[in-house]
Write a protein that binds this ligand. Structure first.
Ligand code: F6R
Length: 243
């Protein structure tokens, strides 16, 4: 696991954004695994700038997102479908048919998971972008999820709903379930770039960098992957004694 220590969120977004941007330049038909939440927004801005400055094009890029809430329509501003359009896809030349965002039809949850798993089986993600939850979740794989898990419906923990309430009017509005790529599928990516910045990720970074691998802290499985880059900042590393 390679750790890149940046000063703050802006620098981390630039550094992680450049990793993705250079990879797109090197392989124009790259397959990217993408995340939502606050962490990747700066990275997406870096990519949008590189597109607008004619450094990169997304016309042959394919993307697979990690997760989506159950029960939110795609035109709902809190859905991850909406988020991806707002923060990335509406600003670049990606083809709609190359974008894959899981969708769980509430009346066919199992079928929806199977369908996304089958799509993932048919592809190889070159670079998977990840954020990390305060409880160590990656995608929405909450603590105790099996490391062999494929796409499934997760019951979100109260901690995760509480952390994500900032995007909604109240906690009651935060969905209780989500569809998420499983840990096994995340680990199938050739390379993983995890971004973790700010004070509220300090405990998570301390646990991640302790090196202990346990389902109590899902991100710990990343120690078993052969190509992981963690882009982080001073605040997120504030509880880590030495790297
Ligand atoms: C989002 C996702 C989550 C987030 C994590 C951190 O698609 O998969 O694992 O990456 O909850 O969220 P932020 O970046 O908002 O702190």
């Amino acid at each position: 696991m390679e750790i890149i220590q940046c000063k703050d969120y802006n620098e981390a977004s630039k550094v992680a954004g450049e990793i993705l941007s250079n990879a797109i330049l090197a392989k124009p038909n790259i397959v990217l695994g993408l995340a939502t939440g606050s962490s990747p927004i700066g990275i997406y801005n870096t990519l949008i700038n590189d597109y607008k400055n004619h450094k990169i094009s997304f016309k042959d890029v394919k993307t697979y997102n990690l997760d989506e809430y159950v029960g939110l329509d795609r035109d709902c501003p809190q859905s991850y479908y909406y988020f991806m359009n707002e923060h990335l896809f509406d600003h670049i030349d990606i083809k709609k048919e190359n974008v894959h965002i899981p969708y769980a039809d509430p009346s066919q949850l199992e079928e929806s998971c199977k369908k996304y798993s089958e799509q993932l089986e048919k592809t190889t993600v070159d670079i998977q972008l990840l954020g990390i939850g305060a409880n160590g979740h990656i995608g929405f794989n909450e603590p105790k999820t099996s490391f062999d898990q494929k796409t499934f419906i997760v019951h979100l923990t109260e901690k995760t709903r509480e952390d994500n309430k900032r995007f909604f009017n109240s906690l009651d509005e935060v969905p209780t379930k989500a569809i998420t790529m499983g840990i096994k599928e995340i680990m199938n990516a050739k390379k993983i770039v995890l971004i973790a910045t700010g004070k509220n990720k300090a405990e998570a970074m301390k646990k991640l960098l302790s090196g202990e691998i346990t389902t109590d802290f899902p991100a710990s499985i990343l120690h078993k992957h052969k190509d992981v880059v963690v882009v982080t900042d001073e605040e997120a590393l504030s509880l880590v004694k030495s790297l």
